[in-house]
Design a protein around this ligand. Structure first.
Ligand code: FAD
Length: 459
């Protein structure tokens, strides 16, 4: 039996920050990882998809500007994405080692006593066990991922494109929308099948409409209100059954949703909700000396939420005050335009009893989107009609994911007037947000077609 102050189970975005911070602070920390350091995000999610998107957008830009470099080898785009992921994963390992974390490669079995078994060894955690075991793809009955023709987000990275020409993406959430953009920009015929009546369900309705319009412009066939019940791999391709519709393609990517990887949470006897996520209280404490952060602790299943929680937990364990659940978590979808939501929508504000106003400006009037040849997009700002406090920001333009001031304006409780103190560099994409703030005060300079909506409180 080995004794440690803290045992972190899972080396993804929820596990590695807290492990490194506390080891540098003098804690004796072990981090157990069954697969690759950096977790789903670095190795199979955020990083490889954004690398693929970067390649696909570069290709599209080059074509638009009339450059011709010959054929892109699609497999090499995937190899490049894997290589970037691997470099970052190695970097995370190295930072952890230099921080003094004891890294253990193997699968950790977590016992209710707070002991973790790994590779036949028992590690006893004196001060805490941190569950950061993440999530995995949800694959419903009727669908079998074979890694040849039917893929999930992991197996697709090893895909050998051969002479495939068409891809069926099952699921119109952010993973499905991002991969549909990537595949279509890489030259594939894409059909996107979604069960709900709109893409990006759960996000701002205008995002759904714009995502659909952009995908349609790319030539993606978007099929809504069509729950997929069966995906069958056949000798010549895949056959996808959705209601009474049948779709044929060369391969299918299943991106229906994620579920918590909670085997160890359940073994340890931690409380879980009806969707299987660990329920947590103050400072991410689940029970006794057990803590849970990241995807395993519930939605939104996003890496920056996992990292934020991991840092918050480190501060909590060091004795600093850090109140959980007060910070707005940006929702982000990447593509030709990025979709970013932080704070509430107009409808959510009115459900919370606020007299709210939404002001929307088009992105096309601003310089930077035009320089990049994009005319689609907008910025919306939602504010309290009485206090003029900013309650929500919803952005859809290229690189909107880089508009960090959006979250700051909310966290620092800015009003429309105090936000005027923030000077946005010119020409930048983030000026679309600035224009929305200006338009809310009638001070806009670059756009016409400002749209204003009001919602009256419903409580
Ligand atoms: C295709 C795709 C694209 C994405 N893109 C984005 C994006 O652009 N931006 C964003 O914010 N989020 C994105 N995400 C979501 C993001 O990947 C997750 O929210 C994030 O990885 C969650 O971090 P985590 O540490 O909680 O879990 P994970 O990253 O899942 O890490 C958990 C780790 O724990 C390990 N583990 C599990 N059980 C054990 C055990 N018993 N013993 C030892 N090790 C164990 C696993 O091997 C894994 O490495 C994407 C996800 C996918 C699938």
């Amino acid at each position: 039996m080995v004794s440690r102050d803290l045992v972190v189970v899972g080396g993804g975005p929820a596990g590695y920050p807290v492990a490194g911070i506390l080891a540098r602070d003098g804690y004796n920390v072990a981090l157990i990882e069954a697969d690759k350091f950096g977790g789903e995000c670095t190795n199979y999610g955020c990083v490889p998809t954004k690398s693929l998107l970067h390649t696909a957008l570069t290709l599209a830009d080059s074509k638009k500007l009339g450059f011709s470099y010959g054929e892109l080898q699609v497999r090499s785009a995937f190899e490049n994405a894997l290589s970037v992921a691997s470099t970052l994963s190695d970097g995370i390992r190295s930072v952890l080692e230099r921080s003094g974390v004891k890294l253990v490669e193997g699968y950790g079995r977590v016992l209710p006593s707070g002991t973790v078994e790994v590779n036949g060894e028992r590690i006893e955690a004196g001060k805490g066990v941190i569950l950061a075991t993440g999530s995995e793809p949800f694959i419903p009955p009727g669908i079998r991922v074979d890694g040849i023709r039917v893929h999930d987000n992991r197996s697709i990275l090893g895909w050998e494109p051969d002479d495939s020409q068409s891809v069926i993406v099952v699921g119109g959430g952010y993973i499905g929308v991002e991969y549909s953009t990537i595949f279509s920009l890489l030259g594939y015929r894409v059909t996107l099948v979604e069960a709900m009546s709109r893409l990006l369900p759960g996000m701002d309705r205008d995002f759904s409409l714009l995502a659909r319009r952009i995908l349609a412009k790319l030539g993606v066939r978007v099929v809504l209100s069509s729950p997929v019940s069966q995906v069958r791999s056949e000798s010549s391709g895949v056959r996808v059954l959705a209601g009474d519709k049948i779709f044929h393609g060369d391969i299918a990517l299943i991106a229906i949703g994620r579920r918590p990887r909670n085997t160890e949470a359940l073994r340890a006897g931690l409380p879980v909700n009806n969707r299987g996520f660990v329920t947590i209280g103050d400072c991410w404490r689940a029970l006794g000396k057990f803590y849970a952060v990241g995807d395993i602790a519930g939605p939104p299943l996003l890496a920056h939420k996992a990292i934020h929680e991991s840092i918050g937990l480190a501060l909590c364990l060091k004795g600093d005050q850090f109140v959980r659940g007060q910070r707005p978590i940006p929702q982000v979808v990447y593509g030709l335009v990025d979709f970013v939501s932080v704070g509430v929508t107009l409808e959510e504000a009115s459900r919370k009893g606020v007299n709210a106003v939404e002001v929307r400006v088009p992105a096309g009037g601003l310089a930077r989107p035009r320089i990049h040849g994009v005319s689609d997009g907008f910025a919306k700002i939602v504010y309290d009609e009485e206090s003029k406090r900013i309650l929500g920001i919803h952005l859809a333009y290229p690189n909107a994911s880089e508009t960090a001031p959006a979250a700051l304006l909310l966290v620092n409780r800015h009003t429309l007037s105090s936000a005027l103190d923030v000077v946005f560099p010119h020409p930048t994409f983030s000026e679309v947000l600035q224009e929305a703030i200006l338009a809310s005060l009638g001070l806009h300079a670059h756009v016409s077609g400002v749209r204003m909506r009001r919602a009256r409180k419903t409580e």
